[in-house]
Write a protein that binds this ligand. Structure first.
Ligand code: SAM
Length: 292
């Protein structure tokens, strides 16, 4: 399709919105892309070619979908807003490799869409559920090779942060346990209609073949991480022993830390994912269950 006629041209987006009397629904996080350079960056970061099957979350009026349809083998797009379905039928009518599913991405059986074939996820995500969507995709271990998404800049910074940084926390560790994050672009509010109140970023999460650390008890690891950052200004031993999801005493955690060669006053923000893994296994080895 001629680029001038694509929805990345703001005039086309305005025309489609007016012709269809579409009104934006804030509760669905609707901020449509109106910048072709940003879309090119998303497509480049996602590493798509004609052999790639793509799952798009929230196609809106089909702006990113048009670009995906031109470069990918096929695109399956899941959209929750019933008002957008007839619009998508029109804006994507010239592509025969696009399938629209009307539904909530949090309730879709994604594996059954692709029946075991590899695929990639690409989206300009609705910001009200960015983290739940990404965590449920990563935790359910669906076989997506990568997830390339537009999200709030502040959330992207937290996903890729390392120890010692103010952005480092439970989200950084969870994302880096399952994937390798790469920040592809920072995107200002004027690239969207309507403009969001925050800056945005494109991040690609390449799924790791296996988690980046091996632990005896994954659930325990994530509880310890959550506990450690629940009260991030306290020492790790205090924060974990105060955490209601676990029943370790401060002495238990201090003993495990000492055995691993850490200062007992260390804070969670100083530990790498490997070190959290070692702490989780050490607490297990000491024969303390700690699970409530
Ligand atoms: N992809 C379009 C673009 O870039 O212009 C629209 C992106 S807009 C930020 C997010 C889209 O996700 C909206 O179309 C919204 O209706 C849709 N959406 C919101 N919650 C959803 C959900 N739970 N499942 C599927 N789609 C959802």
């Amino acid at each position: 399709m001629d680029r001038e006629k694509m929805l990345s041209n703001p005039k086309e987006t305005i025309r489609v919105i007016q012709e269809n009397e579409f009104t934006f629904r804030k509760n669905y996080g609707q901020n449509f892309l109106i910048d072709s350079h940003v879309i090119d960056k998303i497509i480049d970061a996602a590493e798509i070619d004609k052999t790639t099957e793509v799952l798009e979350i929230g196609p809106g009026i089909g702006t990113l979908t048009q670009y995906l349809a031109e470069v990918a083998g096929s695109v399956t797009a899941v959209e929750i807003d019933d008002k957008l379905i007839p619009i998508l039928d029109k804006t994507l009518s010239e592509y025969d490799n696009v399938r629209i599913i009307h539904g909530d991405i949090m309730k879709q059986d994604i594996e059954s869409i692709f029946e075991g074939r590899p695929f990639k996820i690409v989206a300009n995500l609705p910001y009200y559920i960015t983290t739940p969507i990404i965590m449920s995709l990563l935790e359910s271990r669906i076989p997506a090779d990568s997830i390339t998404v537009m999200i709030q800049k502040e959330v992207a910074d937290r996903m890729k942060a390392g120890p010692g940084s103010k952005d480092y926390g439970a989200l950084s560790l969870a994302v880096q346990y399952y994937s390798e994050p790469y920040l592809a672009a920072n995107v200002p509010p004027n690239c969207f209609m309507p403009r969001p109140n925050v800056g945005s970023a494109v991040i690609r999460l390449r799924r790791l073949e296996k988690p980046s650390v091996e632990v005896e008890d994954e659930k325990l690891l994530f509880k310890i991480i959550r506990g450690a950052f629940n009260q991030r200004r306290k020492t790790l031993a205090n924060a974990v022993s105060n955490f209601e999801g676990l029943s370790y005493s401060r002495a238990d955690v201090e003993k495990a830390l000492t055995n691993l060669g850490f200062d007992t006053r260390v804070r969670g923000e100083a530990l790498t994912l490997e070190e959290f893994g070692a702490l989780s296994d050490e607490l297990g080895r000491l024969g303390i269950t700690g699970q409530t």
